[in-house]
Design a protein around this ligand. Structure first.
Ligand code: GSH
Length: 250
């Protein structure tokens, strides 16, 4: 019997969440090694040259980058399609996904969550308040202004749920971890889309693991998640002393 597909990466990561939503909705059996990238060991460095999560292994195939992994899963398992049918819409969906990965990724994962969560709690260092303020007052409003002009008043962006909705909502789920919520009066379309998407059962299922991981020290997360029934791998690439990634963040 072939081994199930494996994901390396913490439930807390929005990039990992995109991939897990794909796996769940497509009904693909998988195992997860739920580590933050900062505690990856030497094996992790070999598997992820940028020391980033998610990493996916499917048989002999090793892939990095959530967008690459989601596209692979779509090509390999097209039966529950998560990209629009129309070619122009598919391209627009990929652009919105990319925009979320970069703009929301920088503001929410790179600045807010890193400064308020990772830096004090994993590295024992002081939060850079200016960076938090930059994300809240400048970067996120700019990203929301842009998205607001590209989102519908109701329904998903391309009618059926797609990578674009999943990507955008995944980042705002992380924003909620550091108590950032979208101002629904200023950005009603963004707030509505994120609420609709996060209300889906697949996000609710993953949320139970995310919430527990958030409240648990990194060194205990594996045991706690195992006790909850998370589909863990037998081995881990974690457990190393925390260190910064290849791309240094203040
Ligand atoms: N473009 C990548 C970005 C992945 C990414 O930045 N993941 C974060 C976790 S939320 C990470 O591993 N950060 C560690 C670092 O950049 O050092 C993707 O889509 O997978």
């Amino acid at each position: 019997m072939s081994e199930p597909l494996t994901i390396i990466g913490s439930y807390i990561s929005p990039y990992v969440r995109k991939v897990l939503v794909f796996l769940e909705l497509k009904g693909i059996d998988y195992r997860i090694d739920p580590i933050p990238p900062f505690v990856g060991n030497d094996t992790f460095s070999q598997l992820s040259p940028l020391r980033r999560i998610p990493v996916m292994r499917d048989g002999d195939l090793l892939l990095n980058d959530s967008s690459v992994i989601c596209q692979y899963l779509e090509d390999r398992h097209p039966q529950v399609s998560l990209y629009p049918v129309d070619i122009a819409d598919r391209a627009r969906a990929r652009w919105l996904e990319e925009y979320a990965d970069v703009a929301l990724g920088d503001a929410i994962a790179g600045k807010l969550f890193y400064q308020l969560g990772i830096k004090p709690h994993l590295f024992g260092e002081k939060t850079n308040d200016a960076m938090v303020q930059q994300a809240r007052d400048i970067d996120l409003p700019a990203a929301l202004d842009y998205l607001e002009t590209h989102l519908p008043t109701d329904d998903f962006i391309f009618g059926e749920l797609s990578i674009a909705d999943i990507g955008i909502a995944s980042f705002f789920r992380m924003a909620g971890f550091v108590r950032y919520t979208i101002d629904a009066e200023r950005w009603p379309r963004c707030a509505g889309l994120v609420a609709r998407t996060l209300a889906l059962p697949v996000f609710a299922k993953l949320a139970t693991f995310e919430d527990r991981a958030l409240r648990t020290p990194v060194s205990e997360q594996r045991a706690v998640l195992a006790a909850m029934g998370a589909p863990l791998t037998d081995t881990t690439c974690g457990g190393a002393p925390p260190r910064r990634g290849v791309i240094v963040i203040d």
